[in-house]
Design a protein around this ligand. Sequence first.
Ligand SMILES: [Zn+2]
Length: 213
Amino acid sequence: MSRPPSTPGSSAWNRVRRKKDYEAGLEIISPYLDALYDQLNEQFFDGELVDVPLWSPDDTVPKFRVEAFSLEYRGLAGCTMDHGVIRLDWSVLTPTRVEPILIHEMVHVLGFKRGAAELAMHGGLFVEELRRLHNLGAGDWARAEAHRYKWQLDNPQKYQEILDDRDPRSTEVPRATPPLAPLKTSRAHFSACLAFTPCQSTARAPGSPHAEK
Ligand SMILES: [Zn+2]
């Protein structure tokens, strides 16, 4: 039975919210996020991501590299498009959350830019890059993520079993390795689950999202 558009969580409600969020995010949040992207690019990537193109859906909308979105309806905290544009869910836009998740997505951008599939997805090069970032002082999250993705690469069968056992209707995402320490935000648990779970390594059409789901 379909729910009325006024029902939170219904597809019509999500469509409306998504459009509103998209417009508001571009105007208010994206200039700040683009500036943060430039800062992190210098700090952690030697400026290599500087020529990643800005993007907008059409000529009437300003172009940015990082866009604030409502992604929760898709069960995502962040995703990176093949053309290099990053989309972050509102819920990660807190001082403690935004940098780790933005840096994580920037590693995907680096992978797309270099045409390196292992880096663009969560492969061995991705793990190496997370370790490099941790050594540069990016934070403990980078080490924890490296550990998580390494375990998934080393235990593909066990990891697949965990994914297969998941209730498809559940927004709770399985953890194959010990959970990270709780984060200090109001929606921390939900966001943390989404932020540190894997992308599916399936073939994607050009322009399709690289999703944190
Ligand atoms: Zn990812």
